[in-house]
Ligand binder design. Structure first.
Ligand SMILES: Nc1ncnc2c1ncn2[C@@H]1O[C@H](COP(=O)(O)OP(=O)(O)OP(=O)(O)O)[C@@H](O)[C@H]1O
Ligand SMILES: [Mg+2]
Length: 353
């Protein structure tokens, strides 16, 4: 922990979430530890299937059950473990103190109600206001998120909005109760690039205005660089690296982060310069033993990475890594085998200033 406890808004400790399916047990989240600080934007990045959305659903206590189950860990928000709250108390927190924006706004909006009714309902669920007041608040928040003629648009149905505008409605709904934490799961991937930039800009501005923390889930390292203060890199159910955005972009310590950053096309790089992480994310019913990244890793230490899960090492204040390159066991392995495993510094970060 690099900040005083009063700066921590949410702390996830040892989270473990599995899905018990007919094909077998999907070990989606094996052990996740993340702290979210007050007023920060934390990026959560990783390839498809790494467990980003399941982490978000686990925080909110909405993992589909069956087949999903949170088996272990704590989700501490304002000093209380959300896992121990009753359903009724958890509902009060959801939408009120912690809100979420899902990837596809069409599936989250009800097609048979006007957007005004839906935002008003979210407001009335958590605040003691009349229907009229809720509608006025809805119009205000719709204008705030950049929906033109909000006083007329409030009576429109979701299908009357474009994709970008629907995503704004979702953001308006999420912001309507001034949440302290917003979890945005790929909030802009289904949109074209200019709208995507506008939505991200809007999120940034509102987080500053509302003094709100954001967990921004994306597989886009460019979006992370643009938006976040810190980043947590996730792979197959573990956080493999977490720290300040500048530090991680300049010198990633984990081979997986290095691979992810190396895969970003840059105008100044030749095509051959792009590093591709070989292989694919494993099936989580039978994941690789110990460090789940080991079959894809260029720094693999046989007999160690496939046998012992690396513990979390704080390589510098506020920068944590789960990789044997930095553990005592790893150092002993290198000495014994007379082989060095060193991650080069600043391999690809020169384009980020
Ligand atoms: N309802 C479910 N039943 C069974 N397995 C599931 C379920 N939901 C998620 N999983 C599995 O959990 C793992 C993590 O999935 P998750 O949706 O969190 O990935 P993600 O990182 O959000 O990926 P993406 O970038 O594609 O959204 C995957 O192996 C996925 O198949
Ligand atoms: Mg997802």
């Amino acid at each position: 922990m690099s900040r005083p406890p009063e700066d921590v808004l949410l702390e996830i400790k040892g989270l473990k979430t599995y899905f018990f399916t007919e094909e077998g047990v999907v070990k989606a989240i094996e052990s996740v530890d993340i702290e979210v600080y007050k007023s920060e934007t934390l990026g959560l990045v990783g390839e498809s299937g790494s467990g980003k959305s399941v982490t978000a659903l686990s925080i909110l206590g909405i993992v589909p059950d069956p087949p999903g189950k949170i088996l272990d860990g704590q989700v501490v928000f304002h000093g209380q473990d959300l896992r121990h709250l009753s359903d009724a108390d958890m509902r009060k927190i959801r939408g009120n103190q912690i809100a979420m924006i899902f990837q596809d706004p069409m599936t989250s909006l009800n097609p048979v109600f006007t957007v005004g009714d839906q935002i008003s309902e979210a407001i009335m669920l958590h605040q003691k206001v009349s229907k009229k007041e809720a509608k006025e608040k809805s119009i205000k928040i719709m204008s705030l998120v950049g929906i033109p003629s909000a006083d007329e648009r409030v009576d429109n149905y979701p299908f009357e909005f474009s994709g970008g505008m629907r995503q704004r409605v979702m953001i308006a709904m999420a912001l309507s109760c001034n949440p302290e934490l917003l979890i945005a799961d790929e909030p802009s991937t289904s949109l074209d690039v200019t709208i995507q930039a506008q939505i991200l800009e809007l999120l940034k501005a509102t987080s500053e205005e509302f003094d709100m923390s954001i967990i921004l889930i994306t597989h886009d390292m460019g979006v992370i660089a643009e938006m976040c203060d810190r980043v947590a890199v996730m792979y197959a159910g573990y956080i493999c690296e977490i720290g300040d955005i500048m530090i991680i972009f300049k010198s990633p310590f984990h081979p997986y982060t290095r691979g992810l950053l190396g895969a970003i096309p840059r105008p100044d790089a030749e095509r051959e310069d792009l590093t591709i992480i070989r292989g694919a994310i494993p099936n989580l019913i039978n994941p690789p033993s110990a460090c789940r990244f080991h079959p894809r890793c260029d720094y693999f230490m046989q007999g160690l990475c496939d046998v012992i899960l690396p513990s979390i090492i704080e390589v510098e204040p506020g920068h944590d890594i789960r990789c044997h390159i930095y553990t005592e066991e790893g150092k002993a392995w290198m000495q014994k085998h007379g082989q060095q495993r060193e991650i080069g510094k600043i391999p690809i970060g020169k384009a980020i200033n």
